[in-house]
Design a protein around this ligand. Structure first.
Ligand code: FCB
Length: 439
């Protein structure tokens, strides 16, 4: 790598991230059905109809995975707890699930890894989906109860906690594009999900404060919106994209309002009394996490709101087809601090790339990932040098895993996974990072 640990402030945290459904093996330990299981079972939604029943079998192999994290010299591990494992029907605790997360957190602590917990990384229990899922105003209460249940068990030992991974994906990607479970394409469902996800976020923060927990944050995803040209129409389209992708959630949490460019389309579909919910949505946070992967070039079009077209960009792309644009990370760190969070600590809670990695003679060479990390981490250093309070960087992901609608084909891991034998093989990027963290 072109950096070393000593280039960063003394307490800077280096970590790796995963999520429950993507690695654990959902068929183990009495977990309940989720909307991802039925979404994946519906032809056309997921590549080869792949699902998370076994995934990386982290459920049984977490000790081995944490040994690898410890050996790499990481400080922290960002993981998620599965609602459907903790409460298979969404509302009744499963002792086996609670025991699992208890063991998981202890195994991190034994290896000197700080547990960074996320409460929802997308596997909604099916019985709650049947009752409307994120469209339902009851979600916030159900989510608050689940939060109290799981954090009542592990909240005394986690270093930090955040309620919901990437509200944009929960709201927009899943209810407007229909690309993730529950696969809806409906503007009213979208508006409700976008709002209820924030209400659930605030409700969970309040529940955790009630338990006396500290270091509570929010994890949001960002994509830089680049207008295709300087025309007023392109600028307006990019502003709309930026509005519903990036600003909606930070505006809600930090300003108690939604961007005008988004209300133009969503306001008629928001639930009655939505303005009254900001007192909950604005529950104070201790830190903010940014997940960053790419940018989007946006052009206007004549369709109904939000009337924009995503244009194929010229930069080198990852296996996902995402342009590699490290500047976007820098710009979002600066903008978030300047316009929203001030002196609150910021974390990069996800950043990384999918690459078509192959294992040859037991070795995985991934110079592309090393270059990607170098370029992005350089931008983190630049932001820190300019005074942005960045406290840590989490790489996505520790392991190759279930990449949602794209199945097991897209490899994001520092550690290669043979999905037939479940053998773990650290890639060249793992070894490079390990060397950098030791210096
Ligand atoms: C993020 C998700 C994560 C993974 C990466 C590639 O949006 O949080 O689960 O899919 O993208």
């Amino acid at each position: 790598m072109n950096f070393k640990r000593s280039d960063f402030p003394k307490d800077f945290i280096f970590g790796a991230a995963t999520s429950a459904y993507q690695i654990e093996g959902h068929s183990f330990g009495g977990a309940g059905q989720t909307h991802w299981d039925s979404f994946a079972a519906t032809p056309g939604n997921v590549v080869r109809e792949e699902h998370g029943a076994i995934a990386c079998d982290h459920y049984h192999r977490f000790e081995e995975d944490f040994d690898l994290m410890q050996a790499a010299g990481f400080d922290a591990y960002r993981f998620s707890t599965s609602w459907a494992r903790v409460m298979p029907d969404g509302r009744t605790p499963n002792p086996e699930g609670l025991d699992f997360y208890d063991r998981l957190v202890d195994a991190m602590l034994e290896r000197g890894l700080d547990p960074y917990a996320t409460l929802y990384h997308w596997e909604l229990p099916s019985p709650l989906a049947d009752m409307g899922g994120w469209r339902s105003p009851d979600m916030a209460k159900w989510f608050g109860d689940y939060t109290a249940c799981i954090m009542g068990r592990i909240g005394d030992r986690v270093a930090t906690a955040a309620p919901i991974n990437e509200p944009w994906c929960v709201g927009w990607l899943s209810h407007f594009h229909g690309a993730h479970a529950p696969g809806l394409r409906d503007i009213r469902a979208t508006a409700r999900a976008m709002h209820h996800v924030l209400l659930a976020h605030g409700t969970a923060i309040e529940a955790m404060r009630g338990l006396g927990m500290k270091n509570l944050g929010g994890v949001f995803n960002f994509e830089w919106a680049q207008p295709v040209d300087d025309s007023p129409e392109a600028l307006a389209a990019a502003e709309r994209y930026d509005g519903y992708y990036n600003r909606f959630f930070l505006d809600g949490v930090f300003k108690g309002s939604y961007p005008t460019s988004v209300l133009e389309g969503l306001e008629p579909h928001l639930p009655d009394g939505w303005q009254d919910d900001f007192k909950t949505i604005q529950a104070p946070l201790d830190w903010v996490g940014l997940n960053y992967y790419t940018r989007k070039i946006v052009a206007p079009c004549d369709d109904a709101w939000p009337s924009l077209t995503e244009v194929d960009g010229p930069l080198p792309k990852t296996q996902m087809g995402w342009e590699i644009y490290p500047d976007g990370l820098y710009k979002f760190l600066k903008r978030t601090a300047e316009e929203y969070t001030g002196t609150l600590p910021l974390f990069i809670t996800e950043n990384g790339m999918a690459n078509a990695d192959v294992i040859q003679n037991g070795v995985v060479d991934d110079p592309e990932r090393i270059a990607f990390l170098n370029a992005h981490i350089a931008k983190v250093r630049q932001a820190i040098a300019e005074g942005v309070p960045v406290s840590g960087y989490f790489l996505w992901s520790l392991l190759d895993n279930y990449e949602w609608a794209l199945g097991y084909e897209k490899r994001f891991g520092l550690i290669h996974m043979d999905f037939d034998t479940l053998k773990r093989t650290p890639k060249a990027s793992y070894h490079a990072l390990k060397a950098a963290l030791a210096q």
